[in-house]
Design a protein around this ligand. Structure first.
Ligand SMILES: [Zn+2]
Length: 136
């Protein structure tokens, strides 16, 4: 059975920007916890982390600060760039696996993949999707 995709995701690389406004629709973001599923290719670990993120309900966009994943990456002796943040866990599955590792063979059977991962870059006049600013 294929699990329906849910949410868009943006890993915020800027320490100094908290994204209290959504970079896509400019609406106010909320603070919400999401059980994130993180796959580390290098070590074949699958981690789950109930992470406080910024969330735009209108765009279904979850924004997480890259900086905040660093302690976790260090604990597993990898870099945040080695993280593949795959999606979220249904809450009942999260409760079952809280603080436990998920078998890498099984995680895609229970995790909800993101619809897409977006990137935004800062420009003097505001925020634009990274793809737009690539135009020359
Ligand atoms: Zn939005």
């Amino acid at each position: 059975m294929k699990i329906a995709e849910k949410y868009y995701f943006f890993l915020n690389p800027y320490k100094e920007y908290a994204f209290t406004k959504c970079p896509k629709c400019d609406g106010k973001t909320k603070v919400k916890k999401f059980p994130l599923v993180i796959f580390i290719e290098k070590t074949k670990f699958v981690l789950n982390l109930n992470k406080t993120c910024k969330y735009c309900p209108y765009c279904e966009l979850i924004i997480a600060k890259k900086e905040e994943f660093k302690p976790m990456a260090e604990a597993y002796d990898v870099k945040v760039d080695d993280f593949f943040i795959y999606g979220t866990l249904p809450i009942e599955v999260y409760k079952q696996y809280e603080n436990k590792q998920i078998n890498p063979k099984d995680f895609h059977k229970m995790a909800i993949p993101f619809k897409d991962v977006w990137k935004f870059e800062v420009q003097p006049a505001g925020w634009y999707p990274a793809t737009k600013s690539d135009k020359k």
